[in-house]
Design a protein around this ligand. Sequence first.
Ligand code: PHE
Length: 348
Amino acid sequence: MNANELIATLDRLGEEFLAAIQPLADEQAIRAAQAQFLGKKGKVSEVMKDLGKLAAGDRPLVGQAANRVKQVIEERTAAKLDDLVNVAAQADLARKVDVTLPARPAGGGRLHLMTQVRLEAVQIFSELGFVVADGPQIETDWHTFEALAIPKEHPARDMQDTFYITGDEILLRTHTSPVQVRTMLTQTPPIRIVAPGVVYRRDDDATHSPMFTQIEGLAVDKDISFADLKGVLIHFVSRFFQRDLEIRLRPSYFPFVEPGAEVDMQCSFCMGKPPKLSTCRVCKQTGWVEIGGSGMVDPEVFAHVKIDAEKYTGFAFGMGLERMAMLRHGVNDIKFYYEGDLRFLEQF
Ligand code: PHE
């Protein structure tokens, strides 16, 4: 080919490219078309192989023609790619959004019923000056029993069906009372603590769960009396159930208190007056329900934790918090509290 023929061929390739790219509408195809003409083995390069055969004076003209064609191809390619972006943006804008549609409901979480009850109990006791104390759920035999005047072989150990972890020294606490022991070991009177937390016993039926929640209270100071204990319990029950309910302290035995008493409160369902013609399913017609144990700290416990029993006295109580939730909401199968069924939990 001579110079004029080469220039004509190059111009034709330019036209050919413009025709080829015209209908294309996706990026890959556009880039492929560009490569077909400008790539190393593209049509333009093929033609330019003949450049060397031309007379030196003819080469610049052909070179210019080749650059012109390359420029056209590159510009057109870039413009086509720009078009694609614009078309996509237009499509986005054209998509109709119905702003009047109702929003999707946001599922809000909430505190578990037992958490609500625990926080509320803590709140009420804190109004009386009690602060929260904590202790491990995996305990030693000493903190759980020995220091509370329940030596091995003591019949009172039968009251608490213990889960042992290793041998007979490490166990899951069966009550929150070891927190009393830990507190008295590290603090000096005056002491006023409540210890809410889960405890474990080998027990499992409609009213017992192998894991359940207690709240322990302990006050140690000069001149703490049984009347103080009763006053605190009456205040708690009245505040928690938001009505005046009476407390009854029934003499009972716990090795770590003397005297000891079981705590009953007036039934919050029938208000202590069971219906004559039907049955109060909560108090079984007695008008009273048991909510925990209590008493004056036994001097033997004080001796274990090195508190002078001549100088100080104290009271302690322990209550079941599932029982409190049950009395408030009338749910008497303890399983509901632990199944995690949202249909149940969402009601509180
Ligand atoms: N710790 C006892 C129990 O779980 C309850 C209790 C606590 C009794 C404090 C008296 C004083 O059975």
